[in-house]
Design a protein around this ligand. Structure first.
Ligand SMILES: [Zn+2]
Ligand SMILES: [Zn+2]
Length: 132
């Protein structure tokens, strides 16, 4: 995913940096290596509480997976190995989970949880102000 695995993907430090497989799990690790879906991560961003493997790192982990998928798809289209229409199906055939969609759903769920309907209406009114 990045050329420089000696630097933390998030904070840029070069101290105590480990290679992280963006898609993990047994098969995921192999695929991550094969397709170079790897990043360098410092101890905190890797195994810290808010790191990708941490107790509170779920969102960061999922976002990184979605980014890895995005990069993979872009790379493949750029190399002419598949068309933009086909590339998502190819990702699914290999990795089995659409992380871009998962992350999107997750974010929408969070929004639903934290924003009341009145707030949402107000935000939409702001957004679309002057568009009618
Ligand atoms: Zn870091
Ligand atoms: Zn890791």
């Amino acid at each position: 995913m990045t050329d420089d695995l000696t630097k933390c993907y998030y904070c840029g430090t070069t101290e105590n940096v480990d290679t992280h497989h963006c898609i993990h799990g047994k098969i995921g690790r192999k695929l991550s290596t094969q397709y170079h879906l790897l990043v360098g991560l410092c101890e905190e961003h890797h195994r810290g509480r808010f790191g990708v493997h941490g107790k509170y790192g779920y969102e960061k982990d999922l976002k990184l997976k979605a980014e890895a998928q995005q990069k993979w798809e872009e790379r493949r289209v750029k190399k002419g190995k598949s068309t933009p229409d086909e590339v998502r199906d190819e990702w699914m055939a290999i990795f089995g989970i659409d992380y871009i969609k998962e992350f999107d759903d997750f974010i929408h769920e969070c929004e639903r949880d934290f924003i009341t309907e009145e707030e949402e209406e107000r935000i939409f009114a702001e957004l679309y102000k002057g568009e009618n």
